[in-house]
Design a protein around this ligand. Structure first.
Ligand code: SF4
Length: 330
């Protein structure tokens, strides 16, 4: 779904045609222009040819039905994956990818092992949301939240990510509020600053995963360039500007970053107002294992006793290969 192609086709048409087309795509969630009978047949044919809205994809559903993983086939033959998480409280969160593969090569990540292929266009990011919006329509549900936590680093494809955010927010687009959109980064300071400037109401999540640079660099090679000190300085500037809470993601990996001593060390750097640590149960990739729930709870207790705001997220979709890159990489 490429909005710029839509704009090209409708450039010389009356303004209301764009409104009709957007309503059909984002609100009525049509899968073919031929369904949009308010448009003249000739225009429907032209749109079908120049601005296709068909999305080809395959899905895998978890046993409990709460996680749906999609593998979407793009025009150039590339494959991109996204995940729908259906929460008990009624939220339907779509986790989108913004790159095919990723150049950052984190040790724990299936996408990182694929290497980097290319950036996605805004339309290709939007298509992932659209794919699930159409799926949910069948049960009378809607996408309520979008998180940029799939394949790729959002701040390495910032223009497309920003354009996609704006379509997701747009009243004539998906009409999803900024506070229901989250961007997750390894902590690229320039990107954090730009987001604070351009979309201060969008949620920011930062992947920390270690309490010190030495371990963090082992887990995330990008940590060499974006040291914890640089990342936290960027986050503090972000908070000064936006007064928004920032989530620090911490994957719990057995025997690597989950000891009592590491919890104490983490508390030493992360206890600040508006900082929130999110401990995430790890989806195993190759020989790394997730921490046990007992260990996760102990780690959480230590952080809490030291005054750190902390939550635990038990990860969705283990049996549908719910970690980023685990499906497309196959
Ligand atoms: S965790 Fe994110 S930044 Fe790291 S390799 Fe995977 S996709 Fe890239």
């Amino acid at each position: 779904m490429d909005i710029s192609l839509l704009e090209e086709v409708l450039a010389n048409k009356p303004g209301y045609r764009m409104k009709q087309a957007k309503k059909a795509v984002f609100s009525d969630l049509v899968e073919s222009w031929q369904e949009v009978t308010v448009l003249p047949a000739e225009l429907r044919n032209e749109l079908e040819e120049k601005c296709p809205i068909r999305i080809n994809g395959e899905t895998v559903v978890s046993k409990d039905g709460n996680t749906v993983k999609a593998l979407i086939f793009l025009e150039d033959g590339s494959r991109v994956e996204s995940v729908l998480m259906r929460h008990k409280d009624g939220r339907n969160t779509v986790c989108v990818s913004c790159q095919i593969g990723c150049p950052l090569g984190c040790l724990f990540c299936a996408t990182g092992k694929m290497g980097f292929k290319r950036n996605l266009k805004a339309g290709e990011i939007i298509s992932q949301v659209l794919f699930f919006a159409r799926l949910l329509k069948k049960s009378g549900d809607k996408v309520s939240n979008v998180v940029f936590m799939g394949m790729g680093e959002p701040f390495l494809n910032y223009p497309a990510v920003l354009e996609a955010i704006r379509i997701i927010k747009d009243k004539e687009g998906f009409n999803i509020g900024s506070r229901k959109i989250s961007v997750s980064t390894v902590g690229i300071p320039e990107g954090i600053a730009k987001l604070a400037e351009d979309e201060p109401q969008v949620n920011l999540a930062v992947s920390l995963h270690a309490p010190n640079d030495e371990l963090r660099i082992k887990l995330m090679p990008a940590g060499k360039q974006y040291t914890i000190e640089k990342v936290l300085t960027a986050v503090d500037d972000y908070i000064k500007k936006t007064n928004r809470r920032v989530m620090f993601e911490y994957l719990m990996i057995d025997g690597l970053n989950d000891s009592d001593a590491q919890a104490v060390e983490l508390a030493g750097i992360i206890k600040k107002p508006l900082y929130l640590v999110n401990l995430i149960s790890y989806n195993p990739v190759e020989n790394l294992k997730p921490s046990s729930s007992v260990r996760m709870n102990k780690f959480k207790d230590i952080l809490e006793k030291k005054g750190v705001a902390v939550t635990i997220r038990h990860r969705f979709g283990r049996e549908v290969k719910g970690a980023c890159g685990q499906l497309a990489g196959k």
